[in-house]
Each structure stands twice: as C-alpha cells, then as structure tokens.
Design a protein around this ligand. Structure first.
Ligand code: ADP
Ligand code: ASP
Ligand code: MG
Length: 402
C-alpha cells in the first residue's frame, strides 16, 4: 500500500513528538508499505515567525512573508528525516521545489495546480520514507507561495491524489472530527464518518480540524481521508462521499471569530447599487459572507455584510475610496463579532431547524445580529464574547452531546 501520513504542528512540537511520529511511520514501513509523510512546522513556529516579521514592519511584503513562513516546514521535515535515519531506516526530506509542487501565484493564499510524482516515486523506489514540507508550493515566478493557515492538510491530499495513494491519514491533536470543537464544547461527540460536503461546510465555517481546500480536493479526486490522533490508536473519523445518516438533523456546530461586520449606510435605494458595491469588493479579492439589506426609506437603504477579519482593513479602504461612486453616506464596522453555524444534510427536509437553533440561543440569552441560511447550513452572527456559551447552547439544543 502507498500511505500518505500528515502530522500537524502539535504532533511534531518537540523531540519526543518527532520520535513518536518517526516510530509510527517506521511501523507501517516495516509492514511493507510505501510511506510519504507530510509535516507542518513544529508547534507554534508559524505564529512565532509571523511575530518576528511584525517586529520588523507592520505590513511585510507577502512574498517575503512566504519566504519566511516556509522555513518552518523545512525545519520539521529535515529533523524528521534525521530521526528516521537514526533509527536505521532510510528517509529523505523534500521541499516544494524538490518535489515540484506547482501552485498559483497568490502569496499567502496559493492553490495547487499540479504535483509532479516523479521525484517522490524515485525515492520510494529506493525504499526510502519520503518526508515532504506541508503548506508550500512554488509559483510561476519560481517563488515559494503558502496555501493559507492550516494548508498542510491540502498538501497531503494533493500528494495522495497525484500518486494515487491507497490511504491519506491526517494525524492531529484530537481523536477525529467532533460534533463541535471539543476544546469549546467538552461533551462534543466524535463522528465515525462524515461526508465531504458536510466536512467542507464545517471546515469553511471555522472547524479548523481540516483545511477546507483539502476537503474540496479530496472530494474532487476521490481521496478518502481519515482524521485521527497522533497520540493514541483510536479509529478516528473517515471523510468520504456517502455517509449513512445517523438519524441526525445536523452533524456539527462550528464557530469562526475571524469575522467582521461592515455596514454601508444611506446608499441610494435603486437598482444596481448592491451590484456595484459587491462587484467593487469582489474585483479586489474580498470575500463577502452574510449580507443583510434594510428596507428602503426616503430613497436610501443600509447594507451590512461580513468579511474575514484579515480583510477588514482592505475592504474599508476600498469602500472609502469609492464612497461617492457607490453613493455611500457613512461606513461603520465592528470586529468583535463571530459566526456560529450548524451544518447538516438532514436539515433540508426538516422544518423547524432554524427555529430550534434560535430557541437555543434565546435560552442562553445570546442576541443574533444577522442570519444566513442555505440547504445545508444556518449561520448567525453574534457578539464574539458570547461564542463559547452559544456553541454549548446550540450543541445541547440539538442533542448532539455524547
Ligand atoms: P494540526 O496542527 O494537527 O493541523 P489544528 O490545530 O489545525 O491541528 O486542528 C486541530 C484542532 O481543531 C483541534 O485541536 C480542535 O481544537 C479544532 N477543532 C475545531 N473544530 C473541530 C471539530 N469539529 N472536531 C475536531 N476538532 C476541531
Ligand atoms: N504551519 C502552517 C500553519 O500553522 C500550516 C499548517 O500547520 O498546516 O498554518
Ligand atoms: Mg491544521
């Protein structure tokens, strides 16, 4: 079998962790499998590198940022190769250039275009354990570009797809995918399996256990994922196409604090205004999520929407620059907001799901600022300070607890 194993930052945080991972990889290697290991940077290295850059300048260039951040993964893969070699097994570490993992040019948010299989195959033919840097690709300028925070999961899936691996295992610091972040909701339940679609929604709405692009790519190429702990031998959670419904209306609750609300006040109440506002933002690469428009009054209306907190400054600048053309009288914003979402394929055919969520929030005394729904999710915008309470209330409200 060809097995891709990805280990996150906490799984390779120190010497003990590195040797624990090395042992686990060698165990599968000795069973006769080909092993590719994808690693994140050790512990909080990526955060520390970001802090270092801020020490120099508040707004470093994105290219240089990626030069800096990719060093984290290079440290962990080389140390892992040394560890495995020291245990008497041949291993080699490779970075994105050496594999040739080609990606789009957007620094900090690149997407894979193509992964060359030759070099990895060659090393596997020599019976080596191949250890690859997560989170990085090379773009058309022959520069490093990173995939966005948590992107190593996507590296693992891209390699599994390119090499037609038999298994893709994502090892992390929890036992699998839970009905909610077990660090926020202690009685959250581990799921045995979850569909790509539901996992993609959860990941996109803040459940950082998997990078959302990794799920998107796994679905596209039919890579079955297993999420499990690097600390124990529990079964973990399988992410795959079809999952037998467990008579559950919803499969999980997610929260996202990386959210800000922007309101444009007093814009003209006539056709084309919303189009112009959101088109202006879209052209600059700003993703807008929940949108709420007030009923027009005296020829004007207000529109509120949410953007990722990292995009807030940019979005405000764009709106400010185009204030007149967009007929905006005033722009306000709030960054102490958060999103809580419930996700589940089961909610489509079940009326009253939204009411149940709102009831749970009401009982917990949590005020709802905005609401967005689709066939498989309901998202509400609330004050950031209420997140933990709201998560627990909604999770309990749907009877998801263990
Ligand atoms: P890694 O470094 O291994 O990639 P991450 O920190 O990126 O680990 O992801 C694992 C974390 O995701 C867990 O520690 C947990 O707090 C968080 N998490 C959020 N939502 C969920 C969920 N629904 N199920 C499991 N973990 C979740
Ligand atoms: N090291 C990167 C991060 O912290 C990538 C990853 O861990 O997946 O975001
Ligand atoms: Mg992660």
């Amino acid at each position: 079998m060809l097995i891709v194993k990805k280990f996150g930052g906490s799984s390779v945080a120190d010497k003990e962790c590195i040797f624990r991972v090395a042992e686990r990889c060698i165990e599968d290697y000795r069973k006769g499998n080909d092993i590719i290991v994808v690693l994140s940077a050790m512990g909080d290295t990526t955060d520390e590198l970001i802090e270092k850059a801020k020490m120099i300048t508040p707004e470093p260039s994105k290219r240089e940022m990626d030069m800096l951040l990719t060093t984290g993964e290079q440290v962990s893969v080389s140390l892992m190769a040394m560890a495995i070699n020291s245990m008497g097994v041949p291993a080699v570490s490779l970075n994105a250039f050496q594999v040739a993992m080609h990606c789009t040019s957007t620094y900090g948010n690149a997407r894979f275009k193509r992964v060359d299989a030759e070099r990895i195959r060659h090393e596997l033919d020599y019976k080596k354990i191949v250890i690859v840097t997560g989170f990085q690709g090379i773009n058309k300028y022959d520069d490093y570009a990173t995939l966005g925070r948590g992107g190593s999961d996507t590296t693992a899936v891209a390699i599994a797809a390119a090499l037609h691996a038999d298994a893709c295992e994502i090892y992390t610091d929890v036992d699998g995918v839970y009905t909610a972040d077990p660090r926020i909701v202690p009685n959250a339940r581990k799921l045995d399996a979850i569909s790509y679609d539901e996992m993609l929604e959860l990941a996109s709405l803040g459940a950082r256990v998997l990078h959302n692009r990794s799920v998107e790519m796994a679905k596209k190429y039919g890579v079955q994922l297993v999420v499990r702990s690097s600390l124990n031998r529990e079964e973990g959670t399988v992410v795959k196409e079809v999952v037998k419904l467990e008579k559950m209306l919803i499969s999980g609750v997610a929260s996202d604090k990386n959210t800000s609300r922007v309101s444009v006040i007093g814009v003209d109440d006539k056709p084309g205004v919303a189009f112009k506002i959101f088109n202006t933002l879209a052209k600059k690469g700003i993703n807008v999520d929940i949108i709420l428009q007030s009923v027009g009054r005296e020829g004007t209306k207000d529109i509120s929407f949410t953007v990722a907190q990292d995009d807030l400054k940019h979005a405000m600048e764009i709106l400010e620059e185009n204030k007149e053309a967009l007929t905006i009288k005033e722009i306000t914003h709030q960054d102490t907001v958060a999103k809580i979402s419930i996700v589940g394929a089961g909610m489509m055919s079940n009326p009253g799901v939204a009411a149940k969520m709102f009831e749970a929030l009401f009982n917990a005394g949590v005020n709802i600022n905005m609401i967005a729904t689709s066939e498989v999710r309901i998202t509400v915008l609330i004050d950031e300070k209420d997140v933990e309470r709201a998560m627990i209330a909604v999770h309990d409200g749907f009877g998801l607890a263990d």
